[in-house]
Design a protein. Structure first.
Length: 457
RNA sequence: GUGAUUGUAGCUCAGUUGGUUAGAGCGCCGGUUUGUGGUACCGGAGGUCGCGGGUUCGAGCCCCGUCCUUCACCCCA
């Protein structure tokens, strides 16, 4: 006997949990569809060359690799392996040519590049699938989790960004959440500031340190910048950019003054202004925070970047996204800019579980249980089941004849509110007994009356 | 990948300085009730104490390893 167990960082979902998850997925999907995004799917596994080098050094380490089939060691190009050095990192490329996808954006870029001739640009697609990361699990972090992505590729227009912000807001509101904040920044601003203030520090180093501001504060990041050779004087210039404030006209004007002398940063700010002008009359705008410290780790972003946080959740970001100008270029498709967002379904699920924010009707069962009380009644019960289903009533026929107590226990355990009894008495009278499990009342009815009272309750 | 942390019945947890046959509550199954549940009463089943090694006359308890859980770092949804 093997002790049943789950692989690290994965989880099972029972019927009740699945109802809640489906509620999340369908809420997101409906809003994606409402905005005209088309659904696609890509495989769980990709060629490893598709995946590596897209997520930065850390990302590559977190890729799940799939061992080649057959005699993978015999077929391996061992000449590429340094003699008697056993280094797993050098070994894996020789024996693993596929990997599980790490996100939905890179496979999408591959998809777009491959199918460029049959795609009409701008192309809006959504995708809701699991992704895998070989991370150490912790709070809000799993090795398998679902992302729900919407991207628009082949358009540089800022209305895409504006629409995606509205989608962020619509989804969280539809899920019954109000305390979400949509953080917004632009990589061009960061790049401009970085080259202006810290020309001797790489942009990647700059963003990774800056991104930690939320967690470790001013002291923490000034210490880390210090370790990278940045003095206190230079740091002072940075401090005025570390704001997290509601996005307003005044704020933008303020920043324009700061960034006037910096063409790249100024361009980034103009993009944000364009987005602001489109959303400023929507209620979504009230949830938007201009966040000068938002940087995003993924290296492919080039314009606006987003991150949605629920303050009291303790979960990090529950959704994120941004614009990428060069992602399809690696797959041979140049000058196609895209922008997209991703909802972290598992973190949203955890938050809703915690807060128990689900609408009541998604957890309640609307099913009816039909109980046959003796073998002769079974054909009648079976037929009744068919009749009820023909009338769009979700019906479960209790399989077999057992004590009524057991059948009623079954109804309680599954929270069925209505039970129909079919026994000798009912056969003789040509009626059905309808029992309400909450009130305990029982009534007799013919088929038409039965269907009616079920539909009314 | 680094550093902590956890594991005893289906679930939540007790278990004394190492000492006979490892307990409770809830749940589950059966009965009180052969056509009436969610309450009550009575009875019952269920454990390789995560796994492997070690110390000991003796290990659920001590030591080592390993896996899983949870958490922080790194990074991220």
């Amino acid at each position: 006997m093997i002790k049943p167990s789950l692989a690290k960082g994965t989880r099972d979902f029972g019927p009740l949990e699945m109802k809640k998850r489906k509620f999340i997925f369908s809420t997101i999907e409906n809003i994606f569809k409402l905005h005209g995004f088309e659904c696609i799917e890509t495989p769980a596994m990709e060629n490893i060359t598709t995946l590596t080098g897209k997520y930065g050094e850390e990302g590559d380490k977190l890729l799940f690799k799939i061992l080649d089939s057959g005699d993978y060691w015999g077929n391996a190009e061992k000449s590429l392996l340094p003699n008697d050095i056993i280094d797993s990192h050098k070994l894996t490329p020789l024996i693993a040519s596929k990997g599980l996808k790490y996100d939905l954006t890179v496979p999408f870029a591959r998809f777009v590049s491959m199918h460029r001739n049959s795609i009409t640009f701008p192309f809006k697609r959504y995708q809701m699938q699991p992704v895998w990361r070989a991370d150490r699990p912790q709070k809000g972090r799993y090795r398998e989790f679902w992302q729900c992505d919407a991207d628009c590729i082949g358009s540089k227009d800022m209305s895409n960004e504006a629409e995606l912000i509205v989608i962020f807001d619509s989804v969280f509101r539809a899920l019954g959440i109000q305390s979400h904040q949509i953080h917004l920044n632009n990589r061009k601003i960061l790049e401009g500031i970085s080259t202006l203030l810290f020309p001797h520090v790489s942009f990647i180093t700059f963003t990774t340190i800056l991104d930690k501001y939320d967690k470790i504060g001013w002291e923490g990041i000034s210490k880390e910048f210090g370790e990278n050779g940045i003095g206190e004087l230079e740091l002072k210039g940075l401090s005025k950019f570390l704001v997290q404030e509601p996005l307003t006209e005044d704020l933008l004007n303020d920043w324009k003054a700061h960034l006037q002398s910096n063409p790249l940063a100024f361009m980034g700010l103009q993009e944000i202004e364009e987005v602001f002008n489109l959303i400023k009359t929507t209620k979504s705008c009230t949830q938007v925070v201009f966040d000068g410290t938002l940087a995003r780790g993924l290296s492919y972003y080039t314009g606006c970047i987003f991150e949605v946080k629920i303050k009291e959740s303790g979960l990090g970001s529950v959704a994120a996204g941004g614009r990428y100008d060069n992602l399809t270029e690696i797959f041979g498709l140049k000058d196609v800019s895209g922008v997209g967002i991703s909802f972290g379904a598992d973190r949203i699920f955890d938050y809703l579980e915690n807060q128990n924010l689900y609408p009541k009707n998604i957890v309640e069962s609307t099913k009816v249980l039909v109980c046959a009380l003796d073998p002769e009644s079974m054909p009648f019960a079976f037929e009744l089941g068919m009749e009820l289903r023909n009338n769009k009533i979700e019906t479960v026929l209790y399989p077999g004849i057992t004590k009524l107590k057991k059948q009623l226990d079954f109804a309680n355990a599954n929270q069925y509110k209505l039970v129909v009894l079919m026994g000798e008495n009912e056969r003789k009278e040509n009626l059905y007994t309808l029992k309400n499990m909450e009130t305990g009342t029982q009534t007799k009815a013919n088929l038409q009356e039965l269907i009616q009272s079920i539909q009314l309750s």
